[in-house]
Design a protein around this ligand. Structure first.
Ligand code: GUN
Length: 292
């Protein structure tokens, strides 16, 4: 069998970003409104700093305002809640993103719940999660699952009816909303996780496999149904063959999976760029709704 098609998330994300930039320009011209996202980072976690910087760069590139709030790791929870209150009330701020994880002394759920749902650019607020779960319009959808769905549709076409989808990982950020989106697309959805019995066999039934467990190369080639579409959400840094060097790998053993799958996202260059592009899209959409 020929090797799988490599799903080029970087190229798709570049196209999406260009369309968002057009939308930003149109909103400025029609309503005089520049979409703005407040990015809140508490502490100095190196991975979070990298993510936050790339979000801020993307905002500026697309003509949006980036309101950066980089706060010390020992910031009091009450001060963070007060900052959220100010951002909620600021009409120039259309979206608010609080980078996770937060330091241990801060209750993340309390902070996320403080963001007004209309400005919840990440789609993590319980109101947005509830709107998505109940299939109601107006939900802001979390960026990584939304980006993954766009890649699945670009690969398989819009009609996913009756496909067997397996989501590996049950996080609030990726696994649960991903399963909701696939369910809404009329897939037959299985949610699997670290405690699932006979995980390889469950995976082998899936026409669409989304791996989001954060375990380097956990999904092996012989877990994959021949011809399946494989979306690898994992971004794991592991030791490279060369001493002292590291490399990024996904949750799927790519070199094995590429020989079995019909289509597969690489790491890096697959889902990762889609997450940021969808954050830009969510911010533009929030600004459009605020502008009326
Ligand atoms: N930490 C890891 N992924 C994400 C994300 O998508 N949004 C935020 N805010 N924090 C994260």
């Amino acid at each position: 069998m020929a090797d799988a098609k490599i799903i080029d998330g970087k190229a798709f994300a570049a196209g999406l970003r260009a369309r968002v930039a057009d939308g930003v320009a149109a909103l400025k011209a029609s309503h005089g409104v520049t979409p703005g996202l407040a990015v809140v980072l508490v502490g100095e976690d190196p991975a979070s700093q990298v993510y936050v910087r790339s979000k801020e760069r993307a905002l500026v590139e697309l003509g949006m305002n980036s309101f950066d709030h980089h706060e010390p790791a020992d910031m009091a929870e009450s001060d963070l809640l007060a900052l959220i209150d100010r951002l909620n009330a600021d009409p120039a701020v259309h979206g608010i993103l609080v980078q996770l994880p937060l330091p241990k002394h801060i209750d993340s759920q309390k902070v996320l719940a403080r963001i007004v749902p209309e400005k919840d650019a990440d789609g993590f607020h319980v109101v947005n999660a509830g709107l998505l779960a109940t299939g109601q319009p107006g939900a802001i959808v979390p960026c990584t699952p939304l980006g993954s769905l766009l890649l699945i549709r670009d690969t398989l076409g819009r009609d996913l009816k009756g496909k067997r989808a397996l989501v590996l990982g049950r996080s609030n950020i990726v696994g649960k909303p991903m399963a909701q989106l696939l369910l809404q697309a009329d897939c037959t959805v299985t949610m699997a996780h670290s405690r699932t019995a006979d995980l390889p066999e469950e995976c082998r039934r899936a026409d669409i496999l989304v791996a989001a467990v954060g375990r380097p190369e956990m999904v092996r080639g012989d877990w994959i149904k021949p011809g399946a579409t494989v979306i690898d959400v994992g971004i794991n840094r592991v030791a490279a063959a060369e001493p002292g060097k590291t490399r990024l790998v996904g949750d799927v053993a790519f070199d094995e999976a590429v020989k079995v799958a019909g289509a597969i996202t690489p790491v890096p260059g697959g889902v990762g760029p889609m997450t940021i592009a969808c954050l830009m899209l969510n911010t533009l959409a929030a600004a459009c709704r605020a502008a009326g």
